[in-house]
Design a protein around this ligand. Structure first.
Ligand code: NAG
Ligand code: NAG
Length: 232
């Protein structure tokens, strides 16, 4: 009996001992499974006039100390910077799944889940690693762009696009417009950036006429393999 308990206890401690996990306060129960299994690795915040792509890629425009409100999952707390979990992004291994969340008015309004194996921190956001999402047609429709870099020349990042066909006919699911300077199309014009535009329904839309909303934040979590999770 005691032997079994010791054995089970050591099994629970094993992932921690191996150092595969980060600090417990970085893990959250994002999908309501009762397990704090998702580690927050990034939060990009809308309209702060700092590139979200740069923040994710190298963190050079992220403050050294980011307010606690930007590092947790009560999305109603005010946060006015990006947050980059440098340790988690630098040690991108044993990742089973990656979760992308679109946050608006205090809630995660859209999610997309990706396979983590054979990825690095820039490549998981792709058609080939896609598992499922709140957009029912994302697995059946074609994608012209599906990536974090996206259409870099016009600073459309974290971009999932269906088609271009001249600005009035452009259509897609998600875009982070990372500039307000010389943007080619009316649908991406705004007063400040980053602009996080997402199709609010369950399918792709025309960027001009469709049911799009502007989100408050884009968040990324990872779930590690080997059942590593903080129970709580
Ligand atoms: C962002 O830039 C716009 C345009 O220059 C400005 O009106 C706005 O106040 C800026 N917002 C922040 C948070 O700096
Ligand atoms: C995606 O799949 C996971 C695991 O099967 C499930 O828990 C989640 O609800 C699904 N998400 C969506 C948005 O369908």
């Amino acid at each position: 009996m005691e032997m079994i308990q010791i054995f089970l206890t050591s099994l629970l401690l094993l992932p921690l001992a191996l150092g595969t996990l980060g600090p417990a306060e970085e893990f959250f129960d994002v999908l309501g499974t009762g397990l704090k299994e998702w580690r927050l690795v990034f939060r990009g915040t809308a309209y702060i006039n700092l590139s979200m792509y740069t923040a994710y890629k190298d963190g050079s425009n992220v403050p050294a100390i980011v307010h606690e409100a930007c590092r947790q999952t009560d999305w109603s707390k005010p946060c006015d910077t990006h947050y980059r979990n440098a340790d988690a992004l630098a040690h991108w291994s044993n990742i089973m799944e990656v979760l992308l969340g679109v946050v608006e008015r205090g809630q995660i309004v859209k999610t997309a889940i990706f396979k983590g194996d054979n990825t690095d921190y820039m490549s998981w956001f792709s058609e080939s690693h896609y598992i499922n999402s709140s957009w029912a047609d994302l697995s059946t429709e074609t994608h012209q762009f599906f990536g974090i870099a996206g259409h870099d020349a016009v600073k459309r990042h974290f971009f999932i696009n269906h088609n271009y066909n001249g600005c009035p006919h452009d259509a897609g699911w998600l875009a982070v417009v990372d500039t307000i300077t010389n943007v080619p199309c009316d649908w991406e014009k705004d007063e400040a950036f980053p602009i996080i535009k997402y199709a609010a329904g369950e399918k792709y839309e025309n960027w001009n006429t469709g049911n799009f909303r502007n989100a408050d934040a884009l968040v990324v979590f990872v779930k590690y393999s080997s059942g590593a999770a903080i129970v709580g």
